[in-house]
Design a binder for this molecule. Structure first.
Ligand code: ADP
Length: 687
């Protein structure tokens, strides 16, 4: 989107118009919500996944414990059932002969088969002990501890067994003195009414012997009553953690016990396994990078907008410039031009972009100059001062311009080319030209006026003696016929006096012209040419004449610096004027100063050579005559004045035609004696 800028007097409003528009507030809020919601969802999903994994792990352990405890209870039950079966068989066996011996054998077997059984008794219906056998150590021997009278729990069990005709378990109880929790299994003997076999079973040993070591090592086990009162406990080396607790019923006839397991395991950690940890890490990294990406994108969009706004602002500024701008890369190829540059040269942007030297706007005659300048730039010899040159417009017009070049440095500090700003000097030149011509005209008019005054003064001054001479001459004519020589002689004397007076007038004019005394000092011609250089170039600028001068070493003369300057300027002015009609490539002026030895005295010769129209053979003899001029506005006193100045310096002024066309004016003046170490150094100035 291109932004238009209007120049506003209020800079604050200009700055404000540079600031790019932000997206509408509603859209920004929505975007923010969307990103916030996405991140929240991600976090929630993560937390949910973590919780599910945690919960699954916990449930799995809980279920496993429940299975374990149920299996353990079933195992105990199975072992007791085997005991029941064995006792039922023994019961049947006792009905045969030799019951006492059979009881003993059977009891030994039963005690062996069930390591939790402490004692096996045979009791009458009244509860009287008929026979008994105790388990061998290390199981506690109850023979001495067992009271004769049956406990109510056991009696009830016997009654129940008799009622069902088979077996029954007593309620569990703690044996006095020993403190052993036990339960008794009563097996009814149908032969003798009311008598029974009673097996005393240790609840503690039930846990210790009938539950597998793997279960015992992982859990604290307890046998309790259904109400929770503990009866026996088997503890793992570590205590139960109380996190995973499960219980299973242990139904022994009508007696119900509960087997409880308390696992030593603790809660699963929040990060239960490596995979979940990685998942969490990955998700956190993902959320962080999404956040960063969002922030980065926002910044990018903002920066892009700002860049676009700045570009539009800069473009508007460039388009409004009157200075031409032109960027070139390091190979000299044009990479950018502004509208002002296109307007100056008359070429379109697409005709200029990508052009390499020679550029379409180069003046073929100044091509060497451009190439030299380009080479200087390439070599890093950049002139801080602008360079005046000429461009050729597309329509062939010449355009004087002032070019400033500056290096183009990119953001990484690399030199990528040059940016040139070009000022159109045509208006300035036109104004300068007009001023110059105006000044020349004024000068010429002033000179003409002075000459006119001088001429009228002269004619006035000469008129009187001439009139007097005429009258005396007429008088002489009249007097000659009378034969008296005396008055004639008097008139002739008057004529002589008037002639002398006229001569006096002429001499006084001559004195006026030559009134200025010549100064005599050592003048270095090299310095003189060097100081005149700007003036000569100014003369040469308009007609586009190239100027070159050189002075050999030792070119010092004795004379008047100002008068010699006047001579050189006169000669260069004439030379430049003479080249106004020749083609531009031929317009060149050369000034050479050299020391000439070998004559009667050493001299310094200064020659001014042009390639102009030259001096015609008819004009040659009159060149140095006062008031001789072939120019419409010429006064013809320049060369005659120069000659008298040079003669005052005891020198000579002359002219020779130049080979190949043009003229060469020269003058020679006596050289100053060379003193050791004081000779002036050679100097030169190329075009
Ligand atoms: P002015 O320049 O006013 O004509 P000058 O005395 O300086 O007076 O020159 C006299 C004439 O000599 C000029 O009009 C011109 O015809 C001729 N002349 C002087 N210098 C040159 C030159 N370099 N080439 C051709 N003609 C010249």
């Amino acid at each position: 989107m291109r932004k238009a800028y209007a120049v506003h007097p209020d800079s604050a409003s200009l700055t404000a118009s540079m600031t790019p528009e932000r997206p509408p507030r509603g859209l920004r809020l929505k975007l923010r919500w969307l990103v916030g919601a996405s991140i929240a969802t991600l976090v929630a999903v993560l937390a949910g996944a973590l919780w599910l994994s945690y919960d699954y792990e916990r449930n799995r352990k809980q279920d496993s414990l429940r299975d374990t405890v149920t299996t353990a209870a079933a195992g105990i039950r199975t072992r007791l059932r085997e005991t029941e079966k064995g006792l039922l068989l023994l019961n049947a066996d006792l009905d045969r002969d030799d019951a006492a011996a059979r009881f003993e054998r059977g009891a030994i077997e039963a005690l062996k088969a069930n390591p939790a059984m402490l004692r096996l008794e045979q009791r009458s219906a009244s509860g009287r002990l008929l026979a008994a056998l105790d388990a061998a150590p290390p199981r506690p021997n109850l023979a001495a501890l067992r009271p004769e009278a049956l406990r109510s729990e056991v009696r009830e069990a016997m009654i129940e067994a008799r009622g069902s005709g088979r077996i029954a378990y007593s309620r569990p109880y703690i044996m006095p003195i020993t403190g052993i929790p036990v339960i008794e299994l009563a097996v009814h003997r149908p032969g003798e009414i009311g008598s029974a076999l009673l097996a005393v079973i240790s609840l503690q040993l039930l846990l210790d012997r009938f539950v597998g070591p793997d279960v015992l090592s992982e859990n604290a086990l307890r046998l309790t009553l259904p109400g929770g009162d503990p009866l026996a406990a088997a503890s793992a080396p570590t205590r139960g953690a109380g996190v995973y607790v499960a219980s299973a019923p242990l139904q022994l006839g009508s007696t119900r016990l509960v087997l409880q397991a308390n696992s030593i395991r603790r809660l699963p950690s929040v990060v239960p396994n490596l995979l979940t940890a990685l998942l969490v890490l990955l998700s956190v990294a993902l959320a962080a990078s999404a956040g960063l990406l969002w922030r980065d994108t926002r910044r990018r969009v903002w920066a892009e907008r700002q860049m676009r706004a700045q570009y539009a602002f800069r473009k508007a500024m460039e388009d409004s410039l009157v200075t031409g701008l032109r960027a070139r890369d390091r190979d000299g190829r044009i990479t950018y031009v502004n509208p002002a540059f296109c307007a100056m040269t008359g070429f379109d942007e697409h005709e200029l972009i990508g052009s390499r030297p020679p550029m379409p706007y180069w003046d073929p005659e100044a091509r060497e100059e451009y190439e030299h300048r380009q080479a200087e730039l390439q070599a890093g010899r950049l002139s801080r001062l602008g360079v005046e040159t000429v461009f050729l417009r597309k329509n062939g017009e010449r355009l004087p311009v002032l070019v400033f070049d500056a290096p183009l440095i990119d953001d990484s500090g690399r030199h990528t080319g040059w940016m040139g700003s070009i000022l159109d000097l045509s208006e300035q030149k036109r104004a300068e030209d007009m001023n110059r011509r105006h000044a020349e005209k004024l000068q010429s008019n002033a000179r003409m006026a002075t000459l006119g005054e001088m001429a009228s003064a002269l004619s006035h001054e000469l008129n009187q003696p001439l009139a007097a001479i005429t009258s005396y001459a007429t008088a002489c004519e009249n007097l000659v016929g009378r034969g008296d020589p005396e008055p004639v002689l008097g008139a002739l004397e008057r004529i002589r006096q008037q002639c002398e007076r006229a001569g006096q007038v002429i001499r006084s004019v001559n004195d006026f012209v030559r009134r200025r005394r010549i100064e005599r000092r050592t003048v270095s011609v090299a310095e003189l040419l060097s100081s005149l250089d700007p003036l000569i170039r100014l003369q040469a600028k308009k007609p586009d004449v190239r100027v070159a001068w050189r002075a050999e070493g030792g070119c010092d003369v004795i004379g008047d610096h100002t008068m010699l300057e006047l001579v050189v300027l006169n000669l260069t002015r004439n030379a430049i004027d003479s080249m106004s009609d020749v083609p531009p490539e031929c317009r060149s002026l050369e000034i050479v100063a050299r020391r000439v030895e070998g004559g009667p005295r050493p001299e310094v010769e200064v020659s001014v050579t042009d390639r102009g129209r030259g001096v015609s053979p008819e004009d040659e003899p009159h060149l140095f005559n006062p008031f001789f001029s072939t120019k419409t506005e010429g006064m013809g006193i320049g060369l005659s004045l120069c000659r008298s100045v040079i003669e005052q310096h005891h020198g000579q002024l002359g002219h020779v035609p130049r080979d190949g066309g043009g003229a060469r004016f020269w003058f020679r003046v006596p050289a100053a004696p060379i003193q050791a170490g004081s000779a002036s150094a050679p100097a030169h100035m190329e075009p």
